[in-house]
Write a protein that binds this ligand. Structure first.
Ligand SMILES: NC(=O)c1ccc[n+]([C@@H]2O[C@H](COP(=O)([O-])OP(=O)(O)OC[C@H]3O[C@@H](n4cnc5c(N)ncnc54)[C@H](O)[C@@H]3O)[C@@H](O)[C@H]2O)c1
Length: 381
């Protein structure tokens, strides 16, 4: 059994600890954080060892580092772990600069180590069922479409929201990975992007935790609108914003030559998927409740716009699938190649919105292989 050390004991760590209940090859043995108190608390709660970051990286018992630090720190922590001879699975994005992501790919290759990257939500029932329907030609060739992620901002629920409003933050870096990864999984790689962005205020107020009521600066745009053309010929319009109080749109709608498909929330694992062949007809519902990674496992309404009160969250599947791939010497689905292309879409979107010109997305990647129920089954407890 591969042993995992976790670096970054913040908000999302708990979700990864839960993944030990679902998947048969995830075992955390130690954790570390730049803030020793956070590491000590996390270790105590989860009955594992607390170490300094240096000691964790130098510990010969640990095979894999799970990097759950903030985006700005992803590159530094992943690079150190790869240099220490550990496989790495990192939260999204891979790095905040494409040039750093490239160095990670080269380093992993040189040291013959795996590098995996979130999001893994595209491996869930909702996006995989959508993929199956598109591959089966249910809606024909996807011509155009749209997606939205919009709410009033991370300051409403996160006790330390500042980094979401500084370089390395913003809605494209934070939420783009879910939508772009789902789209690349459904349509293949992206070709170019046109975009616009806006910042509507210079300051925000922390709304929860010990810093409640404290003002902080907003350094970057908080709303982005974009059109992305894919190599398949599909053109998809995106809207990512921290400036919306409420909305009632679907997460993602794709319009094909034979019909339309409503793709469920790419930030989660559940469904249903809806399809319709003709204007005015009833939408056909494709439930994912009977899929291993689609079944509802949380009932917890966040109150966020258009977020389902019953949800499916199987985060950790990407890590589990990477571990299986290491052990069976296979390519893994949450690959460096895929996350590099997704980061390229992110960086190119931000660039296009800054220079007001269509920008080419220079990298490509292959569409990840379909993740069948049999592929999932071998990873389950
Ligand atoms: N919170 C969520 O709901 C959520 C969901 C999905 C993905 N993510 C992603 O997970 C990552 C972490 O998010 P979070 O919400 O847990 O953030 P967080 O701020 O709550 O926690 C990050 C932790 O990393 C530590 N850290 C920062 N720099 C470090 C360094 N150089 N070395 C060691 N430790 C360091 C911090 O002290 C903190 O404890 C982000 O990339 C985020 O995009 C978060």
């Amino acid at each position: 059994m591969k042993k995992i050390g976790l670096i970054g004991c913040g908000n999302i760590a708990e979700t990864y600890f839960k993944s030990q209940d679902y998947f048969n090859n995830i075992k955390f043995v130690a954790c570390a954080d730049i803030n020793q108190v956070s590491a000590d608390e996390c270790a105590k709660q989860n009955n594992i060892l607390s170490m300094s970051v240096d000691d964790l990286l130098n510990n010969e018992d640990i095979d894999i580092i799970l990097n759950l630090t903030i985006p700005k720190a992803h590159y530094e922590v992943s690079e150190r772990a790869l240099n220490a001879g550990k496989h790495v699975y990192s939260e999204k994005p891979m790095a905040i600069k494409l040039s750093d992501a490239k160095k990670i790919i080269e380093l992993a290759k040189k040291n013959k180590l795996y590098f995996g990257n979130a999001p893994d939500t595209f491996l869930g029932g909702g996006i995989q069922r959508s993929r199956q329907l598109i591959d089966e030609d249910s809606v024909g060739k996807v011509l155009i479409g749209n997606f939205i992620f919009a709410f009033s901002g991370v300051q409403t629920f996160h006790p330390n929201p500042e980094s979401w409003f500084q370089e390395g933050g913003g809605p494209v870096i934070d939420m783009g990975p879910y939508f772009f990864t789902a789209l690349v999984n459904l349509l293949g790689p992206a070709k170019n992007v046109r975009a616009r962005s806006a910042k509507f205020s210079d300051k925000r107020i922390v709304e929860t935790g010990v810093k409640k009521g404290k003002e902080f600066f907003v350094d970057i745009p908080t709303s982005f609108m974009m059109d992305i053309e894919f190599h398949s010929g599909s053109i998809i319009q995106g809207f990512l914003s921290f400036d919306v109080q409420n909305h009632a749109r679907n997460h993602m709608e794709l319009y094909g030559s034979k019909g339309s498909i409503i793709v469920p929330d790419p930030n989660m694992f559940g469904g249903p998927v809806l399809t319709s062949k003709e204007l005015g007809t009833v939408w056909e519902e494709h439930s994912v409740e009977n899929m291993y990674l689609g079944k509802t496992n949380i009932v917890n309404h966040s109150g966020r716009s258009n977020e389902a009160p019953r949800q499916s969250n199987y985060r950790g599947i990407g890590l589990s699938e990477m571990i299986y791939s290491i052990e069976n010497q296979k390519p893994h689905r949450c690959s460096a190649e895929l996350s590099f292309h997704v980061l390229d879409i992110i960086e190119t979107t931000i660039k296009a919105s800054t220079i007001n010109e269509e920008c080419e997305i220079k990298s490509v990647c292959s569409q990840p292989a379909y993740f069948s129920e049999n592929d999932v089954k071998v990873l389950l407890k």
